[in-house]
Structures are given as structure tokens and as C-alpha cells.
Design a protein around this ligand. Sequence first.
Ligand code: F6R
Length: 357
Amino acid sequence: EKGTYPHYMLKEIDEQPLVTRRIIDKYRNDADEITVDSEIVAAVNAADRIYIVAAGTSYHAGLIGKQFIENWAKIPVEVHIASEFSYNMPLLSPNPLFIFISQSGETADSRAVLVQIKELGHKALTITNVQGSTLSREADYTMLLHAGPEIAVASTKAYTAQLAVLSILAAVAAEGKGRSLEFDLTKELGIVANAMEVLCDQKEEMEEIAKEYFATTRNAFFIGRSVDYYVGLEGALKLKEISYIQAEGFAGGELKHGTIALIENGTPIIALSTQEHVNLSIRGNVKEVVARGANPCIISMKGLEEEDDRFILPSVHEQLSPLVAVVPLQLISYYAALHRDCDVDKPRNLAKSVTVE
Ligand code: F6R
């Protein structure tokens, strides 16, 4: 039930700190170490390459999961859009492991790939919010998101739960390979949960930003580099699906290769900067669009902030920044939709689970 909340989406955004803490608890043993079913760890470590398959928001989570697994466990990962996989099947490595990421566990496009790769005799792990869902039943292994039911069509808490679970899987896989992380993931995820809470308490600020940038605009761009680019893709998807504003997520350096032609006076550009190694270059990209009249909204992480930044994110471990950076984007989309009189929880043309291919 949504209780005193006007919309499920807002409730589910607010649940993210709690869900993050619940995930830490569910994937922790008595000795307070993070732990994942040993069969899953063995399957991940036996793989010479991981193929993540997903759709929509879950695909965006997969892009970040790839970074966790490659950076920490050093296993190569490819991320594929489910509906494209069958038509353009990649050349598979000798010992692949498939990871299906699906909030509902019912997405037909993802299931079609699961059926196909099972026929080829490959192993699959499903990361899902729904125990007993089709993708969970038909895969060899399941990791649950423990996010509680997600009712709003726009996925929010499932996305951050997917990131948290993927980070846990990557950390445990890294350990299995004899590479322990340079930081304590449990502790850092706890800091993430606290930061999410701080952000959820800043709704007025998000509403202001939504009014200032999105009250009447026709289009918008989200730019970032590295994982900020992937978070921008998710921010753009949220804005599109509930406010019907045409929004695109772009890699900061790619705009100038064509899309910059769309920048007009006042075009909103949400720029994310949470990564020190790309901070200067994304700020360079912002200057390029500002010179063409764009209206910039820079969201940066504490420690990287500059004077004109519109919003500063509380500091968390750099590699976990997507879990935090997405929260203001979810809230801004929510308020943009609200102010444009859109049906936040049930946007037009969309269903919560897409059971047709
Ligand atoms: C976006 C959204 C969709 C889903 C996609 C996959 O907010 O909800 O893009 O993420 O349809 O759904 P699942 O994760 O259930 O496979």
C-alpha cells in the first residue's frame, strides 16, 4: 500500500535506503562477511566471459554491473539488450555464464534469450525481485533483490537494488579469484544508504530543479562520462517515460559528433560528475554546450564540486556513486511529471512487465 504517499513511485524512491540496508543484511553471514551462494560463486569464477542480458532500466543496471565485475573480479563482461540478442548473437566464449537482470522476472525478450542459451547448454543466473518468476525458475541460479514489490511502472528501487546485488556478486567473485577489494563493501554500501537518505530529504530542492528546467521544455540531455554516462541513460529513461519529455543520455565526448546540433537556447543539459578521472573532461563538454546556449544543471559529487554546480551529492565511494547519483534524477523526473500533470505511476503506453516480444 502506498499509505500517505501520493504515488507509489515516490514511496519506492524513499524506500531505497532501507532496501540497500536489507540487501547488506541478506547477503551477510554470521561473521559479518558478505556472502553469496557458493554454487553461484563457483559458476561465476568458472566463466571465461559473462554475458549480461536485460531490457530497459535493468539493462542500464547491467552496464554498471559490468564495471563492477571487470574492475574487481577481472572477468570480461558483455552487456546485451535482450531483444537484440537473438538477431545478432555475439560470438560466445568457450565457457560463458549468462546473467539475466529482470525486476519482474517475466520480461519476454529476456526469457527468449534464456530459452535459446539453455538449448545451447549454457548456465544462467537470474537477478530478480520476484521469487518464483519465470526467469528465476528457468535459470540455474537466482539472486534476489529483496526490494519488496515495485508497483510504479517506472523502476526506481529495483535499479539501485540491482546495482547493490551486482556489487556484492562482483566483490565475492573477486575474492574467489584471490583479489580482495581495497575497501570494505559492506561499510561503503552502508554509507550509500545514508547518502540516499540525505537525498530523499532534499525533495524540495529536486522539485525546484524540476520546475526550473523541465516545466515547459520539449527536450533534454543527460551527459556524463564513464559510469556517469550510464546513470545519465537511466535518468533520461525515467524522464521520458513519466513526463514524456524527449530526453537522451549521452556520453559527454560524443555530443560534438552530431547531436550537439540539437542544442538550442535554453535546452536543459543535466551533467553528472562523480568520477575524478573524468571531472575535467565532462566540465569541458558542459562548456561546449553552454557556448551553444544550453541551460546547464551540473550535479557533482562532494569533493569535485565547483561554484556553479546546481546540486552536490553526498560523498560515497567513487565506484558506488551510481547508486546515489540516480536518486536526484528519479526525484527530478517525478516532479517534472507531476508538474506536467502526467500520470506518474501509470504512464501512457507502458505496462509494468512486458510479456510480449
Ligand atoms: C523503466 C522500466 C522498464 C523495465 C524493463 C525491464 O522504468 O521499468 O524499462 O526496466 O521493461 O523490465 P524487467 O526488469 O522486469 O525485466
